[in-house]
Design a protein. Structure first.
Length: 396
């Protein structure tokens, strides 16, 4: 479940494109996040994929025809009024043209004229079609109407052409839906810098010293802060995770890169949340040639990296993480005091429900006033919500 999507009514419009199948994945992601998804398919969409596929995932009736009796029980006006957000994915050149000119000749376009909800449109078409001046003009018209356009992405299209025209990936569309729904959230107007991932210190052009951080906790924090209306800068070391949308992303490799990026990002920030696992040491020398394996022993000499959190000063809220394997509270409290933090989030990284790469975390939050709260095992997104609740409390 995702807090911002839980119990939200999402109206998904699907028009006729070879990319229509990707909307099934989007429907699944929305439903898993707690949303109630009503699907309207155009006649052309039904040529590519069946209403039954959407119905099986949304567990709700799927609407295809303005005149069918199934739909008349609910009515397009009722559907248009009750939705929190409308997303059209994929949106063909034809549907975009109809929206731009106010045409209403089927259930989807009629409903679109009737809704006052936020609208996201994710175009998908062949590259030459996408770049046609009339399509570009129609898309610009939609932007002027306040419609959010997501994609299309560059890549290989069904025609074999490599161009812009691919439907944005479902996780990207999902991110834009979350951001649009959360725009007026309790972190609106607040700037939050989040760090994530594990830094990499090069030994030679091939090898690195790194750690097991997956970046999941930091990414969850960045996404949930965005969902609550914050302006987010995510300073991210290496992870295998998809890049979140609707925030500034600053990719870094080493601890030194991260220090520079964090310092630059902090201008006018209200909070810094350091979820990154930063390498404490780096090789004294980075060999510019690959070190050969023709020896029995290799001694690496290491130098201490700067303590980023410990050396930063400013009026922003400072939140640290303590990755421990023993004496959790004692070690975490010591770090909180030494690094002058507002609060610290401690977890035992050798436990199965809170270790590296896990989707859940079991944390203890210690604050500078001496409060300690031990949270149960929760999905990382829910831990992120609790951490951001604390930040909202301090800001207020
Ligand atoms: N941190 C940092 N700069 C470093 C190392 C850590 O800013 N060079 C931050 C981490 O992002 C985290 C907090 O400090 O928020 C504590 O990190 P952790 O690695 O648990 O603690 P260390 O201070 O490195 O202590 P130790 O490794 O000895 O446990």
């Amino acid at each position: 479940m995702t807090m911002i999507l839980n119990n939200k009514r999402i109206l998904l419009g699907v028009s006729g494109s070879i990319a229509s199948y990707k909307s099934l994945d989007l429907t699944s992601k929305l439903v898993q996040s707690g949303a109630i998804v009503d699907v309207i398919m155009t006649e052309a969409a039904c040529k590519f994929i069946t209403p039954l596929s959407f119905q099986s995932i949304s567990r709700r009736p799927v609407f295809t025809n303005l005149w069918d009796s199934n739909h008349s029980d609910i009515g397009h006006i009722e559907m248009a009024n009750s939705t929190d957000l409308v997303v059209i994915a994929p949106a063909t050149a034809n549907v975009i043209a109809k929206l731009a000119h106010g045409l209403a000749d089927d259930l989807l376009t009629t409903t679109m004229l009737a809704t006052k909800a936020k609208v996201i449109v994710a175009p998908a078409m062949d590259g030459n079609m996408y770049y046609h001046p009339s399509v570009q003009e129609n898309i610009n018209k939609l932007v002027k109407m306040g419609i959010i356009i997501v994609g299309p992405n560059e890549g290989r299209l069904a025609s074999g052409l490599v161009s812009k025209g691919r439907l944005a990936e479902p996780y990207e569309i999902l991110g834009h839906i979350r951001a649009a729904l959360g725009k007026e959230g309790d972190l609106k107007g607040k700037k939050i810098v989040v760090t994530a991932g594990g830094t990499q210190e090069p030994i030679d052009p091939v090898r690195i010293i790194s750690n097991h951080s997956s970046g999941k906790m930091g990414y969850a924090l960045a996404e949930v802060a965005r969902d609550r209306g914050a302006e987010v800068i995510l300073v991210t070391a290496a992870t295998a995770l998809p890049i979140p949308v609707s925030m500034e992303i600053v990719p870094v490799k080493t601890a030194a890169d991260m220090q520079i990026a964090v310092e630059q990002s902090l201008k006018n920030a209200h909070a810094l949340i350091m979820a990154a696992a930063i390498g404490d040491f780096r090789p004294n020398i980075e060999s510019n040639q690959k070190i050969k394996s023709d020896k029995e022993h290799l001694n690496l000499s290491l130098t201490k990296n700067p303590d980023i959190l410990g050396t930063l000063k400013g009026s922003f809220i400072k939140v640290g993480f303590a990755a421990e394997t023993q004496s959790l509270e004692t070690n975490a409290r010591k770090k909180m005091l030494e690094k002058d933090l507002d609060f610290i989030v401690a977890n035992n990284v050798i436990e199965i429900d809170s270790g590296f790469g896990s989707d859940t975390n079991r944390v203890v939050i210690l604050d500078k006033k001496g409060d300690i709260s031990a949270l149960p095992t929760l999905p990382k997104e829910e831990v992120a919500e609790r951490i951001l609740d604390r930040i909202v409390e301090i800001i207020q």
